[in-house]
Design a protein around this ligand. Structure first.
Ligand code: 5RP
Length: 236
């Protein structure tokens, strides 16, 4: 384990290291995005270097692609790989049914495409992401820039029609400009506090023209590995 890790980084690292233990020779892997996924890429690079592990990864963002290349993890596109054995990715929240909120790092679209094209998805996270109910973390929704304010109004109307109590919707910014995703879209963050029916919300959000995808991952994740600051991991 790297020396001098903060408690949260230690938790992320041990979760990532445990997940990388599931990787076998010849696997095609989805490589997630975020600080926990970055630990996974580092642990994977170590196994490639030390054990001669042969794998190829499909990164879910330009950030992850750059890190993988820097560390000598072979990468390819999803179109080349076609189908993946395993995706390992982080999450912003995980509920008891292994439903997730993702997209805190604005990579939810590629992350969902890659995870859905995988036989198995393992989520790695620090203990704080383990929640009884999703929704304290703002739900990211990727929208196309054209007419985004109209899309935002439609999302707000939808939330009212669903009797969602709190429905503050904000455009994610990068300084004084809208944040632009790898797919050249914008992100709306839905501040909902709690999501009563994540399955329903995930489906209806995607019916709105202008919405590309939302950060609710329902029935996609198979295993969650939570890391703890004392170095323990819990697998669910
Ligand atoms: C990026 C994501 C990340 O996996 C999620 O935000 C968790 O990030 P971190 O591991 O840095 O807490 O969904 O879009």
């Amino acid at each position: 384990m790297p020396a001098d890790l903060s408690p949260i980084d230690k938790a992320k690292f041990v979760a990532a290291r445990r997940a990388v233990g599931y990787v076998e020779n010849g696997m095609k892997l989805g490589l997630g995005t975020g600080s926990t996924a970055a630990w996974m890429v580092r642990c994977l690079a170590e196994r490639i270097r030390d054990e001669g592990l042969r794998v190829v990864g499909v990164p879910t963002s330009t950030r992850t692609a750059e890190l993988a290349r820097q560390l000598g993890v072979p990468v390819t596109s999803l179109d080349d790989a076609k189908w993946l054995d395993l995706t390992i990715d982080g999450a912003d929240e995980v509920d008891q049914g292994l439903n997730l909120i993702k997209g805190g790092g604005a990579a939810l679209l590629q992350e969902k495409i890659v995870a859905t094209a995988s036989d198995q998805m393992i989520v790695i996270a620090d203990w704080a992401k383990d929640v009884a109910q999703l929704g304290a973390f703002p739900l990211p929704v990727e929208v196309i820039p054209f007419g985004w304010q109209t899309t935002k109004a439609l999302v707000e109307e939808l939330l009212v029609s669903l009797d969602v109590l709190s429905h503050d919707v904000t455009l994610r910014m990068n300084g004084d400009r809208p944040l632009v995703t790898d797919e050249a879209n914008y992100i709306l963050d839905l501040h909902l506090r709690r999501i009563g029916n994540p399955r329903q919300l995930a489906m209806v959000l995607n019916q709105i023209p202008g919405v590309v995808e939302n950060g609710l991952f329902i029935d996609i994740c198979d295993i969650v590995i939570f890391g703890h600051s004392d170095g323990r991991v819990t697998v669910r």
